[in-house]
Design a protein. Structure first.
Length: 289
């Protein structure tokens, strides 16, 4: 069995794949970001959330694509996965490379992530060759769920949104000054809390102020992340729930900034399975010939 994972800061999606390339199990655990979590937290999460779902099935190799999997974190994540799953063949890569392989395969393009956080790179068909640093939801992460939520909270509590919309936000999401301060400054995972408010934006996207907020933030993503690549002729591909559910506003923003929207996938995992096992099937066919 092969285990393929796509991990963000909020959740991790796992596929257990047999030798023929068929997914025999699809699992979810909490997000595993090695920049945020300690070794003990990661090991506990793998032991308590992942291993019971795998059961007695033996995992021979693992492909793990994760947020926070920078070069300095790769040996650490490799060791933690190897120990937890009793597997010696472990390959850990960034979530951005996973997005590139899922979205663009072996073709050149600009590949982006818009989920709880955001990221982008220029991809040459093999690997990212240029990347604008995302910098997290405090310093960057433009267009992400966390930043959209942060803007929504700030605008609502500072009276920048219509009063009826602010009242709805308090009624439906429980947003008050005290609740916002509690979640953002005192409780863990403030980025997840802020991103959890984006369904409200989706439900009220026809409101002119909400539409303006969305388009402005996606334009900021393009200006502050994509412009550095100077490759406006390339399609811009996206993976992530924010890109998927706000496709209309995202496309409007990209068009205004002179870009062409390419492929959008809510999640990369199915196409990552196809990427890895498509390679094997192609190699197998070549050997038979």
């Amino acid at each position: 069995m092969t285990l393929i994972a796509d991990s963000g800061s909020t959740k991790t999606a796992w596929a257990l794949v047999d030798a023929s390339g068929q997914a025999v199990g699809m699992f979810r655990t909490e997000g595993i970001n090695p920049i945020i979590l300690t070794d003990d937290q990661i090991s506990t999460m793998l032991r308590e959330q992942l291993l019971p779902q795998i059961g007695e099935r033996e995992v021979e190799d693992i492909y793990f694509y994760g947020a926070g999997c920078r070069p300095d974190q790769l040996p650490r994540m490799t060791a933690l996965l190897s120990e937890a799953c009793n597997c010696s063949e472990v390959q850990v890569e960034s979530d951005l490379l996973g997005a590139c392989r899922a979205l663009s395969g072996r073709e050149e393009g600009i590949c982006c992530i818009l989920g709880t956080g955001s990221a982008s790179c220029l991809y040459d068909g093999t690997q990212p060759v240029q990347q604008t640093p995302s910098l997290g939801y405090i310093l960057g992460d433009e267009g992400s769920g966390a930043v959209l939520g942060r803007r929504l909270v700030g605008d609502a509590l500072k009276g920048q949104l219509p009063a009826p919309l602010c009242a709805l936000l308090e009624k439906e999401m429980g947003l008050t000054v005290s609740s916002a301060i509690e979640h953002v400054y005192r409780q863990p995972w403030p980025n997840r809390y802020l991103a959890s408010l984006t369904p409200f934006l989706s439900q009220h996207r026809e409101e002119p102020c909400v539409h303006q907020l969305l388009v402005e933030e996606f334009r900021r993503f393009a200006v502050r992340n994509l412009r550095a690549y100077r490759r406006e002729e390339l399609p811009v591909h996206f993976v992530g729930s924010i890109a998927y559910y706000f496709r209309t506003e995202l496309e409007e923003a990209l068009t205004l900034e002179g870009y062409r929207l390419g492929r959008i996938e809510a999640a990369p995992l199915p196409r990552l399975v196809e990427f890895h096992y498509g390679n094997r099937r192609s190699a197998s066919s070549t050997m038979r010939r």
